[in-house]
Ligand binder design. Structure first.
Ligand code: NAI
Length: 244
């Protein structure tokens, strides 16, 4: 019998890799998609060596042909059941730090890339039963002077996209949700430096960074039937940093 398959973008990154692991553990076949094919192969090998089903593909979410190829690979692997959009880049600073070029790059990957993967996937997704999980950020829900206006706007856009797609696709039984991670123990956050991280951790009620696994298990909850009556929601995974 062919497996239920999920396309994970940004799958060579910290949260993507952890999501691949959580979803494979739940029996899904995974298409491991990211810019770096070698890194994707390593993630896929880890899954297959543990008895899971995974295929590595090179994906650039700013390139329509590349997206179509990743979607085709997911359809080929089994019954296309879900998409997890983890691909993203962070950008820090204020408005003066955001050149037009940076604005275009950050929004092209984080927002337009997420939209483009959804658009390509939806016609092929199982209906009913298909799921999309987008990765937003706490920065997309509340004012932030840490991440730049380009990053904040891109992640706020992801939340809006999630809500509108959820409404449109609900009658077909396709659910669309998002997670909004806070400060997660990843290379993205390490790049802020130790002093900056200490300041940030002081502002987290739980008193610690989150882990990629904690984000991934929330993604897995939203990607599976465990959340069968949930759509259009953005679930914060932030240790109480921002509660709305
Ligand atoms: P990461 O940098 O480890 O992973 C991001 C992945 O996206 C990388 O593997 C990168 O190659 C891939 N990527 C970048 N541009 C791409 C493109 N054009 N096409 C395909 N793949 C591309 O970052 P991390 O920490 O795993 O973050 C994953 C997502 O979570 C991102 O969307 C990020 O904005 C979001 N996030 C992360 C937080 C954190 O604390 N690490 C907090 C809030 C949100």
């Amino acid at each position: 019998m062919s497996p239920k398959t999920i396309l994970v973008t940004g799958a060579a990154g910290a949260i993507g890799r952890a999501s691949v692991g959580e979803l494979a553990r739940r029996g899904f076949g995974i298409v491991v998609a990211d810019l770096n094919l070698e890194a994707c192969r390593a993630v896929a090998r880890h899954i297959t060596s543990g008895g899971g089903i995974a295929r590595a593909v090179e994906l650039d979410v700013t390139d329509a042909d590349s997206i179509d190829a990743a979607v085709a690979a997911t359809v080929e692997l089994g019954e296309f059941n879900g998409v997890v959009n983890c691909a993203g880049v962070v950008h820090l600073g204020g408005i003066a730090d955001v050149s037009h070029e940076i604005w275009t790059r950050v929004t092209s990957i984080n927002l337009t890339g997420t939209f483009a993967v959804c658009r390509a996937a939806v016609p092929h997704l199982a209906a009913p039963g298909g799921t999309i999980v987008n990765v937003a950020s706490t920065s997309g829900r509340t004012a932030s002077t840490l991440t730049s206006p380009a990053y904040v706007a891109s992640k706020a856009g992801v939340i809006g996209l999630t809500m509108t797609l959820a409404k449109e696709l609900a009658p077909r039984g396709i659910r669309v949700n998002a997670v909004a991670p806070g400060i997660i123990d990843t290379a993205m956050v390490d790049s802020l430096g130790a002093d900056r991280q200490d300041d940030l951790i002081e502002g987290i009620p739980f008193g610690r960074k989150g882990t990629a696994k904690e984000v991934a298990s929330t993604i897995a909850f939203l990607a599976t039937g465990d959340s069968s009556y949930v759509t259009g929601q953005t679930i914060a995974v932030n240790g109480g940093t921002f509660i709305s």
